[in-house]
Design a binder for this molecule. Sequence first.
Ligand code: ADP
Ligand code: MG
Length: 252
Amino acid sequence: MVSNILEIEAVTVSFDGFKALNNLNFSMAEGELRVIIGPNGAGKTTFLDVITGKVQPTSGEARFKGKSLRSRSEHGIARLGIGRKFQTPRVYLNLTPRENLELCCNRNKNVLATLFKPTPTAERRTVAGLLETIGLTHKADMPAALLSHGEKQWLEIGMLVAQSPDLLLVDEPVAGLTDEETERTGDLLIALAQSHSVIVIEHDMEFVRQIARTVTVLHEGSVLCEGTMDDVQNDPRVIEVYLGEPLAEAHV
Ligand code: ADP
Ligand code: MG
């Protein structure tokens, strides 16, 4: 049996009585790449906020690898193995991609543990391997300020992976990218999904189609439906909630 890396049980988040999440139930298996979509205001960001400990549920519980996340700090949750990539890249622009990655590889790490821990994939541990994974080997030594928006996004994904999280949370990775960058981002996430569990929140439906195995649709703080891209795109309830916001090109 495949164990669940993440379980969200009946989570409600109230802001002054308004339920941003409403009795939400969700689970995903270890090693899964899951895409979450939903109209603006559906609760997607709040969902990630609960998982990372930025927001505490009003009721219900989130569990990661069987451990309750209740009352844990954001830092404590990150240490358990959950990494989050925000929408805007947060790289050091005056440093090179190599230097940015080196900082992350060393941060919060016991050097001996890093040396002697079994490494499932070499790329997770070495800067050179990470540079190759994110396709920035040829730009490794120029200031990050000179990278395109897409390249900065990949660098930040690399910086996240450098910290060896088991679960990667990625919020709208292709907003503002060119078509070619979007496709390469998809390839990168698919590659990372071979050694990580990944949750991607996204609005670009063509991109969702490229990467998605299972899609979860959020609406008004609850799961509306779940299935393959074809399942959800043909679900009358999904069409209904996206009415006036064409599914093919829905944006934030
Ligand atoms: P999404 O990311 O799907 O667009 P959000 O999770 O950001 O949705 O927000 C869900 C709902 O909760 C929205 O109606 C939003 O206005 C509300 N909300 C989010 N954060 C807060 C907050 N800190 N205080 C009050 N309302 C909030
Ligand atoms: Mg949001």
